[in-house]
Design a protein around this ligand. Structure first.
Ligand code: SF4
Length: 406
C-alpha cells in the first residue's frame, strides 16, 4: 500500500478523479515537454461524459497555463485500462507533434501514466495489505491501527495529518456560513447553513442537525471549486470531516485524538484503494461514499474506545450496506445525489460505529471480503451507473426536465 499522503489528496474540487487527477497529469506532462508551444488533451470515457460538469477542462487548462490547450471530448470511446483516460499531445510552434502520453485518473486524485506502454508501479510502504494480516500483526504486538500507520510512515505523518485536519476544519467553517447557489445549471442552493444549529429534537434520533451541516459543508465547498481534501474522493469529502468535527464538538476530543482517528480511517481507505477501487467511474458510488463511510465508522469507533476487531467491524458495516450504490450524478455535476449522500454517509458511519461497539467485534464477513465483493459488484454494474450520467437518477431527471420544458 502507498503512503496515506497519496490517499488524502489535497486539491481543487469538485472531483478528485476529474479535477485533481487530470490537473496533476497535465502538470507532469507540461513539465516533461519544455519545448512545447501548445497542447491537445483528448479525454475519454467518464472524463469525456461528465468532465464538463466536473470542471475537468478548467483543471487541465489551469495546469497548462499560460500555454494554450485544445480539449477534445471522445464521449463514445473508453480506453481499456480505466474509464478515466486522457491522452496529451505536445506540439511545437509549427503544430508538429513532439511527444504524447496517456494517463489514467484512477480515483482519489491518483494517476497512473503509461510511458512506452509500460505502467509505472506504485511505491508500497506498508508490510501488510489485507485486514486479516494487519489484525494478526496488531494483536501480536498489542497495537492499534494508528500505530500501524505511524510505524509504516514514520512520525512525520502527524505533520501531514495535521494539515489534512486543518483544511477539513476550514472547509467546514467556511461552508456553514455561505449562502447562494452552487455553480452549474442545476441551481442547487447551498444547504449546510440551513442545517447548522437547527432545533432538531427527536427522542429516537441521537445526533443533532450539526452532523448534517458539517458533512454538507465540505462537498458544497468542493462543488464550488475550492481546495479540499479528497477523503477518499472529492465527491465524498464531507463524510469523514463531518463525523470527526461533530464528535469533537460533542465529546471534546483533543486534536491529537482526532489525528489518530484520521490515521485509523486511512488504513481502511488505503485497503480499499489497493485491493478494490475508490473510483466512481470504476465501481460506482459504493467506492466513494461507501468507502468514506467505512473510514469514518472506523474513526468513530476508535474514538469511542473500540478495540481493533470492533474498529474493523465498524468499517465493514459502513461499506457492506453501501454495496451496489450507483453513481448517477444529475447533469454530470457532483451535486445531486452526491452532496446529500455525504450527510447520509456520516449518519450511517455513526450508526455503524455504535453497532460495532455493542458487539464483540467478531463477524462472519470481514472487511477484506467486502472489498472483494465491492470490486466484483462494481464491475458488474453497467457503465450507465459508473459516473457517466447516462443512467439512473441522471437519466430520469434529464427526461423529466425535458418533458417539463416541452
Ligand atoms: S454519485 Fe457518488 S461516486 Fe458519483 S460523482 Fe457523486 S459522490 Fe462521486
Amino acid at each position: 500500500m502507498e503512503s496515506i499522503r497519496k490517499l488524502f489528496n489535497i486539491g481543487m474540487g469538485p472531483s478528485s478523479s476529474h479535477t485533481i487527477g487530470p490537473n496533476r497529469a497535465a502538470k507532469i506532462f507540461k513539465k516533461n515537454s519544455p519545448t512545447a508551444h501548445r497542447f491537445v488533451a483528448h479525454l475519454y470515457g467518464s472524463l469525456a461524459l461528465t468532465g464538463k460538469g466536473h470542471l475537468t477542462d478548467k483543471a487541465i487548462k489551469l495546469a497548462f497555463e499560460p500555454l494554450k490547450v485544445k480539449i477534445v471530448w471522445h464521449k463514445n470511446k473508453f480506453l481499456k485500462f480505466h474509464p478515466n483516460a486522457m491522452q496529451f499531445e505536445a506540439l511545437d510552434k509549427n503544430g508538429k507533434l513532439i511527444r504524447h502520453n496517456t494517463f489514467y485518473s484512477v480515483g482519489g486524485g491518483k494517476i497512473i501514466h503509461e510511458k512506452n506502454n509500460k505502467k509505472i508501479e506504485i511505491e508500497s510502504i506498508y508490510k501488510y495489505t489485507t485486514v486479516k494480516k494487519i489484525l494478526r500483526h496488531l494483536n501480536k504486538h498489542d497495537k492499534t491501527f494508528w500505530q500501524f500507520v505511524e510505524d509504516s510512515e514514520g512520525e512525520e505523518i502527524w505533520i501531514f495529518l495535521k494539515q489534512v485536519w486543518k483544511i477539513m476544519k476550514q472547509n467546514i467553517k467556511d461552508g456553514i456560513h455561505k449562502e447562494g447557489y452552487l455553480p452549474g445549471g442545476l441551481k442547487l442552493a447551498r444547504k449546510a447553513k440551513t442545517y447548522y444549529k437547527k432545533n432538531f429534537k427527536h427522542k429516537a434520533i441521537k445526533y443533532n442537525s450539526n452532523l448534517f451541516a458539517y458533512a454538507l459543508s465540505c462537498p458544497e465547498e468542493s462543488a464550488s471549486g475550492s481546495i479540499v481534501v479528497a477523503a477518499p474522493t472529492c465527491g465524498s469529502c464531507g463524510v469523514i470531516p463531518g463525523v470527526l468535527y461533530y464528535m469533537k464538538e460533542q465529546n471534546k476530543y483533543s486534536d491529537d485524538e482526532i489525528l489518530k482517528a484520521l490515521a485509523t480511517a486511512s488504513v481502511f481507505g488505503n485497503l480499499a484503494k489497493t485491493n478494490a477501487s475508490i473510483s466512481g467511474a470504476e465501481v460506482g458510488c459504493q467506492g466513494e461514499i461507501g468507502v468514506a463511510c467505512a473510514m469514518a465508522a472506523a474513526a468513530a469507533c476508535y474514538l469511542e474506545g473500540g478495540n481493533i476487531y470492533q474498529i474493523e467491524y465498524a468499517a465493514e458495516i459502513g461499506l457492506e450496506h453501501h454495496l451496489g450504490l450507483t453513481c448517477d450524478p444529475i447533469g454530470g455535476l457532483v451535486q445531486i445525489p452526491c452532496i446529500e449522500r455525504n450527510a447520509m454517509g456520516a449518519s450511517r458511519a455513526l450508526d455503524a460505529a455504535a453497532y460495532a461497539l455493542i458487539s464483540d467485534g467478531h463477524q462472519k464477513v470481514s472487511y477484506d471480503d467486502i472489498l472483494e465483493t465491492m470490486e466484483i459488484t462494481g464491475h458488474d454494474l453497467s457503465k450507465e451507473y459508473r459516473e457517466t450520467a447516462l443512467g439512473g437518477l441522471a437519466k430520469y431527471m434529464k427526461n423529466r426536465i425535458n418533458k417539463e420544458e416541452n
